[in-house]
Design a protein around this ligand. Structure first.
Ligand code: FAD
Ligand code: FO1
Length: 449
């Protein structure tokens, strides 16, 4: 039995792995996990691969403790899996679920030439995407009651993987495999100093957040100057942490109900709404995916005068006229993350400072995927579509360029938090970062002299 792992890169709390093991136990077969590594995943940089590969290295060791083999195949799944599965005489292929186009296309091509059954398990959503809704939901308020109705049935503890009693009864696999860390994509670049990759670190970070910081969530989560958000999105994005495990930790905590509710609104409702949008909206990363009212209002204001217009390079370098936006971009580039409240402002300014909504969408996705460690994710495409195209939002009083799309600006941010304090923090860190790089450069030159 083979589990083709992609989105949910973890041993614990992985329903796809548990399903594959159950099938292997019933048929008294060995169990193998494969990960198809492509070196050019859309938008991914070496830092993202470094984070992911560190997680995969840890995963291999953990799986081997359960007598479960792990292989990285350095090709796209539809190219390598059919031949690989035939070589090892596999009886069943299990996959995890991902609504993104690249994954859906991989699966479609694979099914066209598979000779064995493929079982897809959604172990990313607490309520599987195709169960909670059979269509694109209009907004959080249409999905929320559907989730609330069934959450108690789905939000349960998750059983552990068992040591696997059956081995592979085949000669060592002929198909060339590499181990994590040796793979071409797994370069040794450091990801980011603020976060350690891997399932163990993810679990610790989740425990720490729930026990130490979640209590303040409702009070400070929208203040970028305070550490109010969990910082867990990279772990959730790479599947090193199970959303269900995190929700289970929260539901079992002694925190007040309104705190749990506020966090569930994001972790369960908003996150599963993002998967719903990407699953049922083929144009999730195009203006065509915006609701009719939004496309109409943006068209009506397409020729409005833009007071400022910036190129992708000017935006990427953070050299606009607005210090706050530049600090956001610098924060994103330096740390690989941007506070959730600032992300909305950051994206909306791109709509205001580009010639048209199509270019704005392209630039926002390019920069978010290139620099966010949690980028290349349904949450990102949906967050950007919400910001620029009113997806899951309503119409607001009409204004130039934005039309009826919700507007945000620096003045609004100043009413919410200490903007100058945030800018200073980012610039000070940038100086430190710049100096340390310069120092490092000098060190290197000294060594070379
Ligand atoms: P917390 O507030 O601690 O939330 C915990 C988890 O809940 C998050 O990790 C995430 O999985 C989920 N969540 C929280 N807010 C949202 C939301 N608005 N939509 C969907 N899920 C949510 N999220 C990403 O994971 N990757 C992205 O690339 C991304 N890009 C975004 C771009 C824009 C323009 C906007 C407006 C939002 C984007 N988001 C993205 C959603 C949200 O901002 C982040 O999930 C959140 O800031 C991650 O930080 P955290 O884990 O500390 O959040
Ligand atoms: N998934 C894969 O199956 N193979 C890959 O080589 C791969 C690379 C990759 C790089 C960066 C990144 O952010 C994600 C990557 N993913 C890859 C997908 C990832 O596993 C997640 O499933 C999705 O990004 C979440 O939708």
């Amino acid at each position: 039995m083979v589990y083709w792992m992609s989105r949910d890169q973890r041993v614990a709390d992985n329903w796809a792995l548990l399903w594959a093991q159950q099938e292997a136990l019933i048929h008294q077969k060995g169990l193998l996990v494969v990960f198809c590594m492509i070196p050019d995943y859309p938008g991914a940089t070496s830092r993202h691969y470094s984070f992911m590969c560190k997680g995969l290295e840890e995963l291999r060791g953990k799986l081997n403790q359960y007598n479960i083999d792990f292989r990285i195949l350095e090709q796209s799944p539809e190219a390598i899996l059919p031949q690989f599965l035939a070589t090892i005489d596999a009886h069943l292929l299990v996959s995890d679920f991902d609504p993104l186009r690249i994954k859906q296309q991989w699966k479609k091509k694979l099914i066209a030439c598979l000779k064995i059954p493929l079982h897809e398990v959604d172990t990313h959503n607490i309520v599987p995407a195709w169960i909670i809704s059979d269509k694109k939901e209009y907004a959080a308020y249409t999905l929320r009651p559907k989730i609330k109705r069934v959450l108690d049935d789905y939000l349960t503890d998750i059983p552990a993987v068992q040591p696997h009693p059956f081995n592979w009864n085949k000669a060592p696999l002929e198909v060339p495999q590499t181990f994590p860390g040796e793979s071409v994509a797994c370069q040794k670049t450091e990801a980011y100093p603020w976060i350690q990759a891997g399932e163990a670190a993810a679990h610790l970070a989740a425990l720490n957040f729930v026990q130490q910081r979640l209590g303040n969530y409702t009070k400070i989560r929208n203040n970028p100057c305070l550490d109010g958000q969990s910082g867990l999105s990279p772990y959730l994005h790479f599947g090193q942490l199970s959303p269900q495990r995190l929700a289970w930790m929260v539901s079992g905590s002694a925190l007040p109900a309104d705190t749990k509710e506020a966090f569930f609104e994001e972790l369960v409702v908003r996150r599963e709404l993002a998967d719903n949008f990407c699953y049922y909206e083929p144009a999730y990363d195009r203006v065509a995916g915006f609701p009719d009212w939004a496309r109409k209002t943006l068209d009506q204001h397409r020729n409005d005068k833009r007071d400022y217009v910036y190129s992708l390079t000017e935006l990427e370098k953070g050299t606009t006229h607005e210090m706050l936006w530049n600090a956001c971009q610098q924060d994103l580039v330096q740390s690989g993350k941007l506070h959730g409240f600032l992300r909305m402002y950051w994206a909306k300014k791109i709509l205001e400072w580009t010639p048209d909504p199509e270019m704005a969408l392209e630039y926002a996705i390019t920069l978010n995927d290139r620099y966010s460690l949690d980028g290349r994710d349904p949450n990102g495409y949906t967050g950007i579509a919400w910001s620029l195209g009113g997806v899951h939002d309503r119409a607001w009083p009409e204004r130039s360029v934005f039309g009826k799309i919700r507007y945000m600006n620096e003045a609004g941010c100043r009413r919410k938090f200490d903007v100058d304090g945030y800018i200073d923090t980012v610039l000070t860190r940038a100086d430190v970062c710049f100096c340390s790089n310069a120092l490092r450069g000098n060190e290197r030159n000294k060594d070379e002299r």
